[in-house]
Design a binder for this molecule. Structure first.
Ligand code: AQP
Length: 334
């Protein structure tokens, strides 16, 4: 029997709740990818600290992120679900990868430019600058075959492939060269107040947080920015607000967006908003209840984290030891 492909992905604990885009664009696919793949999913807490975090909030957010991944449908007994900082090999291999990355090469990563501009470039940390290289290590340390990511992360997977090949050429075959799994039908969800920007945890005014109360979620969606026309049509260029609502509704109800549009023949934006709000609440209510249940048993949550990181370390420690050896480092005690 051939071994199933290994896939890997992660999410940052940068807020107490996932926003709808995190779920529809990422975690929902993780659930589907558990089938037929050897899946590794993680809460990337070391990436979250590239910007300043309040320690008490971060601690809560790591647990909440872990619980939300399970509540969304990732099964920790099927997938390897862990917290990045529990596996020190990420940071260790991250250093190795930094040492084979050119400064110019790192400077060309567009996400740094975007994120540092958001935070004011004078305040951007070196960690934010090098985070794509830590991401390279996150992927290579598990010898992942595929990385399910959104289009915005394609450049980072390219960097991963370049660095894996560079290392392999210099020191001998060590790393699997992974492929980006850009899931075509992956929904990109836009900000409800500025539908030209992606929905983001760090832009709370235009985001739908899945752990918010149903009334808050409904109010958010009902006050989404649309346009001055009345016709419900899928046209992301000229009707980004309405198209975003259609994408949300279609993805949540597993329908094609063009099929959804036909339901609104002769109906206005009010009906679309109301149905979209209902669909989000229908998902979010049981999701939040499951998260509360998981959070009410911190010992069990911690046990799952510990088990997940132990499974992850079995692979990561082996890869790191091989990479160190290829580089000419001497194993301690060996
Ligand atoms: N709006 C979105 N539409 C589709 N996918 C999205 N993702 C995020 N926003 C959308 C996907 O969610 C996964 C985890 O994201 P992350 O938390 O690791 O980083 P991010 O992309 O920076 O997410 P946020 O919510 O915007 O967080 P902050 O505000 O902290 O930067 C990724 O696969 C991402 O593509």
């Amino acid at each position: 029997m051939s071994t199933p492909p290994r896939v890997l992905s992660g999410i940052q604990p940068t807020a107490g709740s996932f926003q709808l885009g995190n779920y529809l664009g990422a975690v929902r696919n993780w659930v589907a990818l558990q089938e037929g793949n050897d899946a590794y999913y993680m809460v990337v807490d070391l990436h979250a600290i590239t910007v300043e975090q309040d320690p008490a909030e971060l601690r809560d957010n790591i647990r909440l992120a872990y619980a939300q991944i399970i509540a969304a449908g990732v099964d920790p007994s099927t997938s390897t679900l862990f917290v990045q900082s529990h596996v020190p090999e990420h940071a260790q291999l991250g250093w190795v990868m930094q040492c084979i990355t050119g400064f110019g090469e790192a400077s060309r990563m567009t996400q740094f430019k975007d994120k540092s501009a958001r935070n004011g470039s004078d305040h951007a940390s070196v960690g934010l600058f090098t985070y794509p290289i830590l991401q390279v290590a996150d992927i290579l340390v598990y010898q992942a075959d595929g990385v399910p990511v959104g289009e915005d992360q394609r450049q980072h997977v390219e960097l991963t492939r370049d660095l894996a090949q560079r290392f392999n050429n210099r020191y001998g075959p060590t790393f699997t060269v992974p492929k980006a799994l850009i899931v075509k039908e992956t929904a990109k969800i836009f900000d409800l107040q500025d539908p030209t920007a992606k929905m983001s945890k760090s832009m709370p005014h235009g985001a739908v947080f899945l752990l918010d109360d149903p009334e808050v979620i409904t109010k958010r969606i009902k006050s989404a920015v649309t346009d001055s026309e009345t016709e419900v049509r899928f046209d992301p260029e000229s009707k980004p607000g309405v198209s975003n609502l259609l994408t949300i509704l279609a993805t949540l109800t597993d329908r094609d967006v063009h099929t959804v549009v036909t339901d609104y023949d002769g109906k206005g934006y009010g009906a679309l908003k109301s149905d979209t709000a209902d669909a989000v609440v229908e998902f979010a209510e049981p999701f939040a209840a499951r998260v509360r249940e998981l959070m009410s048993d911190p010992a069990e949550l911690h046990r799952l984290m510990t088990e997940g990181s132990a499974k992850a370390r079995e692979v990561a420690s082996h890869t790191l030891a091989t990479a160190y050896d290829r580089l000419g480092l001497i194993a301690a005690g060996g």
